[in-house]
Design a protein around this ligand. Structure first.
Ligand code: SAM
Ligand code: SF4
Length: 432
């Protein structure tokens, strides 16, 4: 190979000497009722028949989907599993047991792998939670949203505050390792309402809390008919108050929307934010997989019925595309800058397969603007950079105009909703 050929190669794509850590995401695409603010790939159940809710067929499809995907992750260990939705807690403990047994039989999970399941208090049954734990789920993420009936009604939730409290109590008793999702800046919410909600959440002392600012997402009922949300100043006051309460209670604000007691960060979501790899199986699941000379994104068919057919036809993936050399730096920074501590500078080359020098110019600009710490060993946002996260992330856009690939809009996350204005995809993700 000539020198010119080597240089051209170096300009065309990433090169990995070792692949990033790999996590597994499993999507469950049904909910009892569609919440008016939700843009996740979740479909309202229309009855409990096997036709409306094909639990067994779906678990079979997930297993078949995984088997087809195995060659692309051959020999790699799985660091965490996240069963998200939708509402995975619609599934019986037997179905989750069958699913996890099948995963374990086909994938090398690390010994202490974190296995999270997302639950909605409206589907809470103590025995079912105990069954999930017995099946191997070791972390529960509970979508409480609020402990106040007024706001739960305004959000169109299927559960009330009492049910949320009972579910939180049982979750903590059974799993110990629990996240509570709460939202703030809710219709008509005042600072004192949000503080009361945060106080209720803190009274359970969960190891992990996610606080998301309610955002009006396109293609939702709230977007078409916006409720009366607090103005920007009130929303900022709510955020200040809630963050101060969490800090006083000993939670570290380690990511835009995530707060954890020491040692309780969500390992699965931290892998997204550190630009690790993930295989996503199930309807509408996203994947990001690295190979020695490329990074591939995949999107599976979104409609549950279409997904089941597609798996039966042996092609569950609807879109697949290489992440280009131009897109990689932005996608990396989009995620890494959500982390309060940022990432070691060496992660850039390790996770994008490109030399750090490709972002030398925007790095210098971000530092000059006071958005990024001036530390050659770490890529870490300053407090100003965290506050104006969009501005910091945008500096890394290819040509400052192109966004991510059109087939992969920065959409419903698989894990953690970012706080409103800075939401990202699964890679661009949403926790719990
Ligand atoms: C995928 S949902 C799954 C949780 C479960 N289905 C539930 O709702 O109880 C994960 C979390 O995203 C958050 N979320 C969903 N839509 C949001 C929005 N428009 N703005 C802010 N947070 C949102 C909620 O806190 C929710 O618990
Ligand atoms: S917020 Fe949760 S329960 Fe509501 S529709 Fe979305 S995924 Fe389903």
């Amino acid at each position: 190979m000539t020198i010119a050929a080597i240089d051209a190669n170096a300009l065309t794509g990433p090169r990995f000497t070792a692949l990033p850590p790999l996590a597994l995401y499993v999507h469950v695409p049904w909910c009892v009722r569609k919440c008016p603010y939700c843009d996740f790939n979740s479909h309202e159940l229309r009855g409990a028949s096997a036709e409306a809710f094909p639990e067994d067929a779906y678990v079979d499809a997930l297993i078949a989907d995984l088997e087809r995907a195995l060659p692309s992750i051959w020999g790699r260990r799985i660091t965490s599993v996240f069963i998200g939705g939708g509402t995975p807690s619609l599934f019986s403990a037997d179905a989750i047991d069958r699913l996890l047994s099948a995963l374990r039989a086909r994938l090398p999970l690390v010994a202490d792998a974190e296995v999270t399941l997302e639950a909605n208090p409206g589907t809470f049954e103590r025995e079912r939670f105990a069954g999930y734990f017995a099946a191997g789920v070791n972390r529960l993420s509970l979508g409480v949203q609020s402990f106040d009936d007024r706001f739960l009604r305004a959000l169109g939730r299927i559960h009330g505050a009492d049910e949320a409290r009972r579910a939180a109590e049982s979750a903590l008793m059974i799993f110990g390792n629990v996240n509570l999702d709460l939202m703030y800046a809710l219709p008509g919410q005042r600072v004192e309402d949000a503080a009361r909600d945060a106080g209720s959440a803190l009274s359970f002392a969960p190891p992990h809390l996610s606080f998301y600012q309610l955002t009006l997402e396109p293609n939702t009922l709230f977007h078409r008919h916006p409720p009366p949300l607090p103005d920007d100043e009130t929303a900022a006051d709510i955020e200040d108050e809630v963050l101060a309460m969490l800090a006083r209670a000993g939670y570290s604000h380690y990511e835009t929307s995530a707060h954890a007691k020491p040692g309780a960060q969500c390992r699965h979501n931290v892998n997204y934010w550190r630009f690790g790899d993930y295989l996503g199986i199930g309807a509408g699941a996203h994947s990001k997989l690295s190979f020695p000379d490329r990074v591939v994104r995949e999107l599976r068919w979104k409609q549950p019925r279409r997904y089941l057919e597609a798996v039966a036809e042996g092609r569950p993936v609807q879109h697949s595309a290489d992440v280009t050399r131009d897109e990689l730096p932005f996608e990396f920074m989009l995620n890494a800058m959500r982390l309060t501590e940022g990432v070691p500078a060496s992660f850039f080359a390790e996770r994008t397969g490109l030399p750090l020098s490709v972002i030398a110019r925007p790095l210098a600009e971000a530092t000059r603007k006071g958005l990024l710490e001036d530390d050659p060993a770490r890529l870490r946002p300053t407090p100003l950079g965290r506050r104006f996260l969009n501005d910091l992330q945008e500096l890394f856009l290819p040509d400052r105009k192109a966004g991510p690939h059109p087939a992969f809009p920065p959409p419903p996350g698989q894990a953690a909703p970012g706080s409103g204005k800075v939401r990202t995809d699964p890679a661009f993700s949403r926790d719990s």
